[in-house]
Design a protein around this ligand. Structure first.
Ligand SMILES: [Fe+2]
Length: 390
């Protein structure tokens, strides 16, 4: 038996008003005050909640990538405020933090180690529910069962995985991401494209996840460059915002893949997650051509998207080419070296990155599960920018 899970989605210009329909008594707002406050969205949210008769306050401002050490302090603040709704207004870091703090608010005796055991979070919603209002178009956290943290002592990624932490409501108001600068538009958009393309060929993909992955890919290929070039292009912004959530739904009901499993270059070398995915994705897709299933699926998708090519491999390669062309247009680095990682730093971390990537479930359930040696070769190709010779 399988399930298709996602948050209730409320979308459209002005959708932020939906907070008035939540029926909140006390709403704890978690946000990035520096950007969301400056842009006036926090004030608007507080005023909308006030009009509906709810008490609300900004309980925590999250202004950097969340680490495992930040979770306890946030949960303690929530306990003091005692909300019946938690509203996360911000990017992936804010929404992921809200998920973790929510778990510890509901279960204060849970240890950090228990929190990171996959699918072991106890039942939530005895004290509060969660609404996510994303301010970027990329992570899909507003509808996903995952929250990512960095372990400060060794810069490794820690993941909370649980269907319990899927937000109750995701409010997609395209006005909010309209303020994203071009580099964030590019990297978050490539994160979303990686979600769509990785989930599409993942071992757990299914008819439902593939349908949303196809639409997400189409919307991103049609709109990301436009949103990057002109942040005020309303249609492109709106479509990108929905595409990111569709891609989030796709990974939620399938999974990510080897590019995500190999994103140790982000936490280790300070490369934003979306840029890391953008660098790794085409190399991983080339590697996946060795899987009959992935090759056929890439070719099918290339046909749906109207890309050129006759034979299956030619079509699949045209999809990979479309990804590379988009990255070049967005002026993203096409190799780890180009992203500014020095050779000695890269090689000093390589063994550990290979080991962690190979052990990751997203690698094991990839269409072509790699050996440690193959992961190493992929890292080397991605470092030096060596494309597959077709
Ligand atoms: Fe991602």
């Amino acid at each position: 038996m399988k399930y298709f899970k996602n948050a209730e989605i409320v979308f459209g210009w002005g959708a932020i008003q939906h907070v008035q329909n939540l029926g909140c008594r006390r709403a704890a707002i978690l946000t990035d005050k520096r950007s969301m406050g400056r842009l006036g969205f926090v004030e608007r949210l507080v005023s909308l909640l006030g009009e509906s008769g709810a008490d609300s306050d900004v309980i925590i401002s999250i202004e950097r990538e969340p680490t495992t050490e930040d979770i306890d302090a946030g949960a303690a603040e929530l306990s003091k405020f005692n909300p019946d709704w938690i509203i996360a207004l911000g990017g992936g870091a804010v929404i992921d933090s809200a998920k973790a703090m929510w778990v510890l608010y509901e279960h204060p005796t849970l240890t950090k180690e228990q929190l990171f055991v996959p699918f072991a979070v106890p039942r939530l919603r005895r004290k509060a529910r969660l609404t996510a209002i994303p301010s970027t178009s990329g992570t899909g956290s507003e509808t996903s069962c995952a929250a990512v943290f960095v372990e400060p002592k060794d810069r490794t990624k820690r993941l909370i995985l649980s269907f319990e932490i899927i937000p109750d409501v995701a409010i997609l108001d395209p006005e909010i991401p309209t303020t994203m600068p071009p580099q964030v538009t590019a990297s978050s958009g490539m994160d979303a494209l990686s979600h769509a393309l990785e989930s599409y060929v993942y071992a757990l993909s299914n008819d439902f996840s593939e349908a949303v992955a196809v639409q997400a890919t189409r919307l991103i290929l049609e709109n990301l460059e436009k949103a990057y070039r002109d942040g005020k292009d309303k249609i492109a912004r709106e479509k990108m915002h929905y595409a990111a959530t569709l891609a989030g739904i796709a990974i939620n009901n399938s999974g990510t893949g080897l590019a995500h499993a190999m994103d140790h270059i982000g936490p280790r070398f300070g490369i934003p997650h979306g840029v890391a995915c953008a660098i790794l994705l085409p190399y991983v897709m080339e590697f996946n051509l060795g899987s009959e299933v992935a090759r056929r699926k890439y070719a099918d998708l290339a046909k749906i998207l109207g890309l050129n090519g006759g034979e299956e491999k030619e079509l699949a390669l045209s999809l990979i080419e479309a990804v590379r062309e988009l990255e070049a247009t967005l002026q993203l680095p096409q190799s780890i070296k180009e992203a500014g990682v020095a050779e000695e730093d890269f090689f000093a971390s390589l063994d550990l990155m290979v080991q962690h990537s190979h052990q990751n479930v997203s690698a094991r359930l990839s269409p072509r599960p790699p050996t440690p040696l193959e992961v190493r070769e992929l890292y080397l190709r991605a470092y030096h920018g060596q494309q597959l010779k077709s």
